[in-house]
Design a protein around this ligand. Structure first.
Ligand SMILES: Cc1cc2nc3c(=O)[nH]c(=O)nc-3n(C[C@H](O)[C@H](O)[C@H](O)COP(=O)(O)OP(=O)(O)OC[C@H]3O[C@@H](n4cnc5c(N)ncnc54)[C@H](O)[C@@H]3O)c2cc1C
Length: 374
């Protein structure tokens, strides 16, 4: 994947950075349906296994890891929250098509951190109003990973206009091609370019009542109950970048000679490599802990695990990649070495899946609530 990624990343048009060849090859190898229930043709992998796979893909390219991770986590959410009828109708669509990716639409041009730290009066601008036996959806979502590529979407829309978005929104399952649903602007991102992000646009889009996932007005329950490993997968994606930077640093420092010896033979450089490995291993242990707890909710779920592993892993990745850049000297700054891609990729998860500061605040709220409740 890595050699192909270097060329795709350089494409000027963001849509040209995306590769169906890579998706189809991954699908043929079972990566796309790794988490799908075995009775529906998948491997039924648990969260701990999935997190390891996501990190490994990200070593080759972080954008590709996000393309798959979004699909893998949303399959878990869909099959977890769905009733029997929804499983029977939707899961085969995901199994049978090598291009069947998933996306989740929450963020709007004017609503982002508001859904992570619910702010009382804020409600989704995207509204669903009842019509006959279904709902009519109007509105727009922004920045959606796989937005222009997915086949099946989980979409959040306000169904009760009188309360905040975390209390009055519902989660809808929508297929690409549904009348009234189009995709718009494809984001021109500085990094993670092999994944596309796009607008989702809804103009009087009718969705039947049986495609509400979970209960009406309780869309956030789908997230809290069936999305626990999402943060760990995001963390695994960005950790893969750090591992790639570390691997490249080992190679570079064992070949490049300055001061009469290989760089790795200078203690100050070797110590820097040791610090990188320490941080990577600590981030990975945190990710695996969160993923294991997501698999074993019966042992108790700590809500901070839904926020903090990504914060930690993205900070580790940023630190490792920028230190590795320094180790590569002037060569690292030159585009032809291909190292600068890792810097652009690592920056992505400081914001994606929630801005780190916002996630720290969310974790702080849960710690505070638990302490004050005694
Ligand atoms: C690469 C990428 C992929 C994405 N993929 C998806 C996707 O698939 N689906 C989806 O729905 N969204 C997606 N997003 C959106 C992403 O989740 C949001 O960008 C993110 O939640 C933050 O929103 P924002 O960037 O608009 O920042 P804002 O919410 O505008 O925040 C800006 C700054 O203000 C701070 N801030 C905000 N609120 C508070 C507060 N209450 N108190 C203190 N400080 C605050 C934040 O910490 C941040 O530093 C993606 C974003 C990126 C970059």
């Amino acid at each position: 994947m890595a050699p192909a990624a270097a060329g795709l990343d350089k494409q000027v048009n963001p849509e040209d950075c995306f590769s169906w060849d890579i998706v189809e090859e991954g699908s043929r190898r079972g990566l796309r349906t790794l988490t799908l229930l075995p009775e529906f043709g998948g491997a039924g992998a648990d969260c701990a296994t999935t997190a390891k796979v996501v990190e490994e893909i990200a070593r080759g390219d972080m954008g590709v890891s996000v393309v798959f991770a979004q699909t893998l986590k949303l399959i878990q959410s869909l099959q977890g929250a769905a009733n029997d009828d929804q499983r029977a109708r939707w899961l085969p669509k995901l199994r049978d098509d090598d291009r069947a990716l998933m996306a989740i639409g929450m963020t709007e041009p004017t609503n982002a951190s508001n859904y992570i730290i619910p702010y009382g009066p804020a409600s989704f601008v995207t509204k669903a109003t009842r019509k006959g036996k279904g709902w009519v959806i109007n509105g727009k979502k922004r920045f959606i990973s796989n937005g222009n590529r997915a086949k099946v979407y989980l979409l959040f829309a306000q169904t009760d206009p009188d309360v905040g978005l975390n209390q009055g929104s519902s989660c809808f399952i929508i297929e690409r091609g549904t009348p009234g649903f189009t995709t718009g602007h494809v984001e021109d991102k500085m990094g993670e370019r092999l994944a596309n992000n796009a607008e989702l646009i809804f103009n009087d889009c009718f969705v039947p009542g049986e495609d509400v996932l979970g209960e009406v007005d309780r869309g956030f329950d789908v997230i809290s109950q069936f999305f626990p490993a999402s943060n760990a997968y995001a963390a695994a994606s960005v950790l893969g970048v750090a591992v790639a930077a570390y691997d490249r640093s080992l190679k570079w420092t064992s070949e490049r000679v300055q001061g009469g010896r290989k760089l790795i033979e200078h203690d100050i450089v070797a110590a820097q490599l040791a610090e990188m490995l320490m941080n990577i291993d600590a981030a990975r242990a945190y990710i695996h802990h969160a993923a294991w707890k997501a698999d074993h909710r019966e042992t108790g779920w700590d809500p901070t695990l839904g926020s903090l592993p990504k914060v930690f892993a993205s900070e580790v990745s940023w630190k490792v990649v920028t230190k590795a850049l320094e180790i590569h000297g002037a060569w690292g700054y030159m585009r032809d070495l291909g190292f600068e891609k890792l810097v652009r990729d690592a920056a992505c998860f400081i914001h994606s899946d929630g801005v780190n500061r916002t996630l720290l605040l969310k974790a702080a709220q849960s710690i505070r609530a638990s302490v004050l409740a005694g």
